[in-house]
Design a protein around this ligand. Structure first.
Ligand code: 5AD
Ligand code: SF4
Length: 370
């Protein structure tokens, strides 16, 4: 195997812009097959509140978007969704919310304790920026993992997209989480307005240098209720897929999701792509004759991803967790959506896995020459 740790910024820009990416995808998938086989880890995401104090320019949940019907699930509803996930073969549950102005830190801690008492699952938190003491408290309560996406490591672009925050602060928080012993995840949005291939290449390299257990990349999808809603550019799913493949090559043992944003940009079955996709030569698709095939998630897996993260948020509120259009818009029940997702995975030649699915990054780090 070639030494992918030697990929330079120039190589990555080249791979992001090359006319064809078939060999990139097949190398990334072959590596994922070597490390994880055809297993795909399932993470059930409970989106338990959509209040947010921030005003990220790209996000539908931003505080200034008054069109959102805000909700907060009670403990019983959250625990019910968690039980559903555990009963449906998900080895990890992710508790996710917008960034609450005054998040109830004790309540989250109590929920984590209760989930760990009831179920043999890993608990991931994805709640945004909090003080170190709070992260430590949740860790002490039993939280295993934390997801905190940097979105982009470019100082100017980050400051523009996430008013009131900086890359330095965000990365420092990621390091804090790592120091506290969380399996830590981060990631980026590809194709943000103003993001060049060079910026994305630097993001990929930076994320790959951080020793993360999870790394995600999803394509930017304009949301009409945001300042970026009028962006006319097509959703560049191809670029997100290439970034996913490059992340796999640089991080063989990391957990890398086929992001929900890929599915929203390129819905499965014949439901019709809701957004123009910039490149229709999506040449990495599995050829299985699947009635469920060719969704964005299958393409993410074919580009080297090994995780999918279905929403298990109750039907009553799930459509209000509209970070970007197409998110949580499925018409069917959560049970049916999860059943269909598993079928899609199987039809594309993968095995949905109920394992807790710890990252194998450590194994590769240990083998790294110093
Ligand atoms: N397009 C794609 N991804 C988005 N996110 C938020 N808004 C968008 C958008 N318009 C992603 C960010 C955030 C996660 C909750 O959703 O990466 O961390
Ligand atoms: Fe809030 Fe997260 Fe959306 Fe930013 S991306 S507005 S922090 S929910």
């Amino acid at each position: 195997m070639s030494d992918n740790t030697a990929l330079t910024e120039h190589d990555i820009v080249h791979a992001l812009c090359a006319p064809d990416a078939a060999s990139l995808y097949s190398a990334a998938r072959a590596l994922a097959d070597d490390v994880f086989g055809r297993q795909v880890f399932l993470r059930g995401v409970v989106e338990f509140a959509n209040h947010c104090r921030r005003n990220c320019l790209y996000c539908g949940l931003r505080a200034a978007n008054t069109d959102v019907e805000r909700f907060r699930l009670d403990d019983e509803e959250i625990l019910h969704a968690v039980s559903f996930a555990a009963a449906h073969g998900m080895g990890t549950v992710v508790l996710q919310s917008g960034e609450e102005a005054q998040g109830d830190v004790r309540r989250v801690g109590a929920l984590v304790r209760e989930i760990k008492r009831r179920h043999n699952v890993a608990v991931t938190l994805s709640l945004g920026d909090y003080a170190e003491d709070h992260y430590r408290y949740w860790r002490d309560c039993g939280a295993d993992r934390y997801l905190l996406k940097v979105e982009t490591t470019d100082d100017a672009l980050h400051a523009r997209m996430r008013p009131g925050t900086t890359v330095t602060e965000r990365l420092a928080r990621v390091e804090t989480l790592q120091r506290l012993g969380y399996e830590t995840g981060s990631g980026v949005i590809s194709g943000l307005p103003g993001m060049t291939p060079r910026i994305l290449a630097r993001d990929i390299l930076r994320l790959s240098a951080m020793g993360l257990e999870m790394i995600a990349v999803g394509p930017f999808i304009p949301h009409p209720g945001t300042p970026l809603g009028a962006e006319r550019a097509a959703v560049d799913i191809e670029q997100a897929l290439r970034a996913t493949a490059l992340l796999r090559l640089l991080n063989p043992g990391a957990n890398i999701p086929a992001t929900s944003a890929l599915d929203s940009a390129c819905p499965p079955q014949d439901s019709g792509t809701q957004y123009p996709v910039s490149d229709t030569r999506l040449n990495n698709q599995d050829s299985a004759h699947s009635p469920y095939g060719k969704g964005g998630r299958e393409q993410g897996l074919a580009a080297g991803a090994n995780v999918v993260m279905p929403s298990v948020t109750p039907e009553r509120v799930r459509r209000n967790y509209a970070i970007y259009p197409g998110k949580n818009t499925v018409q069917c029940s959560v049970t049916e959506a999860v059943r269909q997702l598993k079928l899609r995975l199987e039809h594309a030649g993968y095995q949905p896995s109920d394992a807790i699915g710890a990252s194998l990054s450590g194994r590769f780090r240990a083998a790294d020459p110093m």
